[in-house]
Design a binder for this molecule. Structure first.
Ligand SMILES: Nc1ncnc2c1ncn2[C@@H]1O[C@H](COP(=O)(O)OP(=O)(O)OP(=O)(O)O)[C@@H](O)[C@H]1O
Length: 117
């Protein structure tokens, strides 16, 4: 019974992932950028620790993009009207993605720079 429940959870999470990828261009962009960065990491031969740092940076951006998408849906469900709190919720969620993406770019530069010199 517990195994089935765990399988259901995984299936629901996978359904959420598929819906977000289908509906969110920003998420598709981040996934495509991740593929390019992973290919570049493979080409330059990142070390194990460099891979760990890169995976954490990329994973954080993608996870926050998913949370941002969930917050957008929840806000849209809560109100169809213009509301300052709805704006704040969406804008702050978007800022979280932007902050993570900005740090990921800096991390990427620090990781790849020594391999490209
Ligand atoms: N109900 C609302 N009340 C006030 N401002 C809103 C509301 N809905 C959206 N906004 C403002 O409009 C902006 C864009 O909202 P939208 O729902 O189109 O999200 P988005 O960030 O463009 O997401 P998507 O990734 O779907 O394009 C929000 O960041 C927010 O500033």
């Amino acid at each position: 019974m517990r195994g089935k429940r765990e399988r259901d959870r995984f299936a629901w999470a996978w359904a959420g992932m598929k819906a977000a990828v289908k509906e969110e261009a920003h998420l598709r962009f981040h996934l495509a950028a991740a593929v390019v960065v992973f290919a570049a990491g493979w080409v330059v031969g990142l070390s194990r620790w460099e891979w760990i740092v890169l995976l954490m940076a990329v994973g954080t951006v993608i996870a926050l993009e998913l949370v941002n998408t969930a917050i957008e849906r929840a806000v849209d469900l809560a109100t169809g009207e213009f509301h300052p709190l709805a704006k704040a919720a969406k804008d702050i969620a978007a800022a979280a993605v932007l902050a993570a993406a900005g740090f990921a770019v800096v991390i990427g530069i620090l990781l790849f720079w020594p391999h490209l010199r």
